[in-house]
Write a protein that binds this ligand. Sequence first.
Ligand SMILES: Cc1cc2nc3c(=O)[nH]c(=O)nc-3n(C[C@H](O)[C@H](O)[C@H](O)COP(=O)(O)OP(=O)(O)OC[C@H]3O[C@@H](n4cnc5c(N)ncnc54)[C@H](O)[C@@H]3O)c2cc1C
Length: 471
Amino acid sequence: MRAKTMDGREIDLRQEELDSFKKRLRGPVIAPGEAGYAESRAVWNSMIDKKPALVARCLGTADVIACVQFASEHRLLLCIKGGGHNIAGLAAADDALMLDMSLMRGVWVDPQRKVAHAQAGCLLGDVDRETQVHGLAAVLGFVSLTGITGLTLGGGFGYLTRRWGWTSDTVLGIDVVTADARLVRASSDENADLFWGLRGGGGNFGVVTGIDYEVHPVGPEVVGGVVAWPAAAAPAVLELYRTLAAKAPPELTLVALMRPAPPAPWLPKDMHGKPIVALLACHSGDPAEGEKLVAPIKSFGTPIGDVLVRRPYEQMQSLLDATQPKGRRYYWKSEYLSSIEPALCEKVIAHAARIPSPHSAVVLFQIEGALNRLEEEHSPVGNRDARYVLNVAGSWEQAAEDGANIDWVRGTWNDMKSFSTGGTYVNFLTEDEGPERIAAALGKGRRRLAEVKAKWDPQNVFRTNRNIKPA
Ligand SMILES: Cc1cc2nc3c(=O)[nH]c(=O)nc-3n(C[C@H](O)[C@H](O)[C@H](O)COP(=O)(O)OP(=O)(O)OC[C@H]3O[C@@H](n4cnc5c(N)ncnc54)[C@H](O)[C@@H]3O)c2cc1C
């Protein structure tokens, strides 16, 4: 079987080598053409079409260790798939050995210590499901099908970020198999340099097998959902967003977006496909207080749909899932903002009016709060001046439409990037981003990351990521 080495050479793996590798694993090892290969290699963004030489579906830490040993014996290129949601498709690489972590989805919650231990193949919804049994929640993202590991290693933000910071700020410990195939614990008092690097440095330092999150009392009921108006109301609605967001307590997270109306049952049929403006809200504190805080949204103007209600937290966490299905074509450009300026809102409205696809959107996420109170050097995520995230999110069906959609995303972003803090979110970077944008995402921690990389992965075994060259 043909495979690629770390340094790009092609090699042949002999059948007996493959057979002995398979025997070292509990989980299945799958070659191209075999059952399960197509599913494992596919990532969320169908713009990416990579074909690994071999997929190892790890069933536990011992399988991960066996994979890293085998890769090291043959100097094989390795790639690691968590949820496969990275827009740049970093989970997959041509002719590599792919470690597919998706069979490792256990979650254990200690309600006394308020800690959840999650295996590295978990999706966000797996962790929410188990933590909510105890009325607890970890700080995770907005779409329940996203992988926890890629999200956490790059920072992570969601409805609870305003209260407790980036997801990575809430991590207590990480179990990781290093380049020399050792299982190592990284926490503030064990291998603290590695722990620092992992909380923003992505998959550069090893294969994560499990993460301990600090969890907080949330739900089971929150006040959350969406209210939508026709795009003609956008100037007033975005002004409402600006003023409400500026005074919202950390329990309340507000998101504004403009897009063509999706064919959702809560929106009138004659509005489907027509341009709308919407406010998404989640209040994770006392529901009675939440209802008071979102009342000005619900009573504003003449909405065409309103599903901003008391609902289970778990339901809130999956509310957006249907808008981001696996297998469409996606292209994003994103920036951190320190405030929402009226001039930015004007640009949002102008560019949303030219969206070429029924699925694309311009989105403003509010994240200010706890993350701004930590030092820039707390972790490599940095960007402690970020208060909002702008995402120009292109999404469409056919390859023939790539040009028009990518042009719209780039044009919109070009016209808005002057509002940026200068920083951008590493987990939202597309495949075509160069060193300048990666530098903008990793910020001031780059030199220290290179030192941590040199200590823990001097040969750069873990390179199919936003790669940090060893110092
Ligand atoms: C629909 C959608 C919604 C999103 N919403 C949010 C959001 O609300 N908040 C947010 O912060 N982000 C969000 N993101 C971005 C998300 O954080 C990234 O896409 C992230 O990479 C997803 O993690 P994953 O495990 O699915 O990634 P993968 O694509 O599986 O992997 C991404 C990278 O992480 C590395 N990696 C994965 N698992 C491991 C492991 N076990 N050990 C070492 N390295 C590993 C891979 O090598 C790769 O480099 C969203 C993405 C999508 C597609």
